[in-house]
Design a protein around this ligand. Structure first.
Ligand code: TYD
Ligand code: MG
Length: 461
């Protein structure tokens, strides 16, 4: 079938068959660019190109027992933290997007993974559109990735890359980066929505055809997404983000989409002088200090996926100057903190209106789960009242606007992890009224019905 073209908006990614001055979807002007739509069956949406059975009606039908599952054939990278996030390794024939801010370590990570796979005996091709072979070789020397079986291809031409992958059929092909590759068939420049989509869909095709794992690197753009809103996510099988503060050493891997695994797991890595390394005890990693507790600090046990992580929440309340007091947070949703400030005022008599408030999640972690509420509230109460959290105490539980406290999910699991790290007590909400669950002070679970009660249990007198 011949290639067809469509006009794709460079801003929102919407596609229309006819050119127009204004995008019919997002109403931006002069953003439509002609884009090739593959003529094959995996082309356009809408069902018009459904594959028709060639011979008889039954073509393509097979008994489920005769189908081999993709689970059987994972390509393990050998880096446990990465395999965990991938759901057990890379899946042959799939394409995974590795996104992250420029300079965060994507090229470093993929070069290390490429070397590990090559060292284990599989062929690997690293397509570099951003750096010269010499630059990649320089990095490879630094991270110990000069390995037999790892080949470099410096090019920014999509056709060259695709043909090389099709001819070599490596177990793993890294394409670094999606923003530097371009197809001559398209008008737009490299990095435009049309090009980026073409790169991802052509690579997805060649991955499938040769049972190659394609790892595609993508820089996150200003808007916080890879190359325009949602442009790429539906074209790839998995999206893994590498996150962290550029100046800090901690790097987190998270799946934003994973067709072959959970999106709950996080991987914890550390940037060193010889590349990214797994950390020995990830759970302890986010505990800033093991010193006696100080005012303004509270520890929670967060559950990231199946893994509990001990995390220190730091808060500082300082008398505000003129005007509206400042509220600044890192690693936690500022709106959640505003809510907790209001709950503290209304239900614990702790008024922060006259204070600038800073809340920081130690170690560069981002906390999403509401069970962190209680530790944030305790850190705030602790800084305001200049009382430390009792030694050996961790907190986890969600706060309602009414000031009531809910028990954290899997509280026993969290307590077990707290114990392993040398804490003795988890302050949380009351056990759900199912009669069967137990909660008593001596097994380490200390339950309070509301914020006031929890602060009484948690803070020193
Ligand atoms: P890089 O992988 O080039 O980032 P990206 O591909 O995401 O843009 O990593 C860049 C940073 O990582 C750079 O500032 C230097 C640092 N780095 C180390 O700290 N140790 C190392 O071993 C390497 C290779 C890089
Ligand atoms: Mg790079």
């Amino acid at each position: 079938m011949p290639a067809r073209s469509a006009y794709v908006c460079q801003q929102c990614g919407a596609s229309t068959p006819k050119w127009a001055g204004q995008c019919p979807s997002c109403e931006a002007w002069n953003t439509l660019v002609e884009t090739v739509v593959p003529g094959g069956p995996r082309g356009a949406k809408g069902g018009a190109r459904e594959r028709r059975a060639g011979g008889g009606e039954a073509a393509g039908i097979e008994p489920i027992g005769g189908v081999t599952s993709a689970e059987a054939a994972r390509l393990e990278t050998g880096m446990g933290e990465v395999d965990r996030v991938l759901g057990g390794g890379l899946v042959p024939g799939s394409i995974v997007l590795f996104g992250g801010d420029p300079g965060i370590g994507k090229s470093t990570l993929l070069l290390q993974l490429a070397a590990r796979v090559a060292r284990a005996g599989s062929a690997v091709l690293y397509v570099t559109g951003e750096e010269s072979s010499a630059q990649v070789r320089g990095r490879a020397e630094r991270v110990g990735a000069v390995v037999e079986g790892l080949a470099l291809l410096p090019t920014t031409e999509l056709d060259v890359a695709v043909n090389a992958i099709a001819a070599m059929r490596p177990a793993l092909a890294v394409v670094d980066s999606v923003q530097t590759m371009a197809s001559d068939d398209l008008g737009g420049p490299a990095g435009s929505v049309g090009q980026v989509r073409e790169v991802a869909s052509r690579l997805a095709e060649v991955a499938k055809a040769g049972a190659t794992c394609v790892a595609l690197v993508g820089h996150v753009t200003k808007e916080g997404t890879v190359a325009g809103p949602r442009t790429l996510e539906h074209l790839v099988d998995a999206v893994i983000y590498l996150e962290g503060e550029r100046l800090g050493a901690t790097r987190l891997l998270r799946a934003a989409k994973n067709r072959y695994g959970s999106t709950e797991e996080v991987g914890v890595l550390e940037m060193r002088s010889d590349g990214l390394a797994e950390v020995a005890d990830a759970s302890r990693f986010f505990l800033e200090s093991e010193q006696p507790p100080v005012a303004g600090s509270a520890v929670t046990i967060a559950l990231e996926g199946t893994r509990p992580l001990a995390v220190e929440i730091q808060a500082l309340a300082a008398p505000a100057g003129y005007g509206a007091p400042r509220r600044a947070t890192t690693g936690i949703d500022p709106n959640r903190v505003l809510m907790l400030i209001a709950v503290l005022a209304r239900h614990a008599g702790l008024n922060l209106t006259g204070h600038d408030v800073y809340v920081n999640v130690a170690g560069g972690l981002r906390i999403e789960e509401p069970a962190a509420d209680l530790a944030v509230a305790a850190a705030l109460a602790s800084t305001l009242r200049e009382r430390a959290v009792r030694s050996g105490t961790v907190l986890a539980g969600e706060l309602a606007l009414s000031g009531r406290l809910r028990v954290a999910s899997r509280a026993e699991r969290r307590l077990a992890e707290a114990r392993r790290l040398g804490f003795s007590r988890l302050v949380t909400g009351p056990a759900r009224g199912d009669g069967g669950s137990h909660s008593s002070a001596d097994d380490g679970l200390a339950a309070a019905a509301d914020l006031r009660g929890a602060l009484r249990l948690a803070l020193e007198d």
